[in-house]
Design a protein around this ligand. Sequence first.
Ligand code: SF4
Ligand code: SF4
Length: 140
Amino acid sequence: MIVLPLLKGLKLTLKRFLNPFSIITIQYPEKKREVSPRWRGIHYFAKDEKGETKCVACGLCQAVCPSNVITIEAAEEPGGTRYPKRFLINLTRCIFCGFCEEVCPKDAIKLGRNYEFVNYKRSDFILNKEDLLNYDLVKP
Ligand code: SF4
Ligand code: SF4
């Protein structure tokens, strides 16, 4: 009676083996799996036409963040426009809920599609304004 389950297993193995569309393993990291459009990865700043952050340091993202990982120091330009002199996100405690992106009135903060984020030091998981603007550093 042991033969029947064995044959069933072999049939499944052969089916998978002969069907090129059933490939499950990919050659990571050379090949990368597409993530869902709803994926919430590492944050970045959307830029205005001058290449500066659209953030006006209103503090809403800081207030809504359930993990309390956003630190903002606001400043004002001579014309009265506010901007973040200092903007930090501590990714070691971020839960990638996306609330900061949702609440932002300027569409300034975004969650990207990157899922690869490894570092040797914990301090490297704290993104500053330059990191957020330089999205090339953190996108896939
Ligand atoms: S994704 Fe959520 S936890 Fe992370 S910084 Fe934004 S609001 Fe905070
Ligand atoms: S990222 Fe958006 S919500 Fe956060 S301080 Fe800047 S403008 Fe306000």
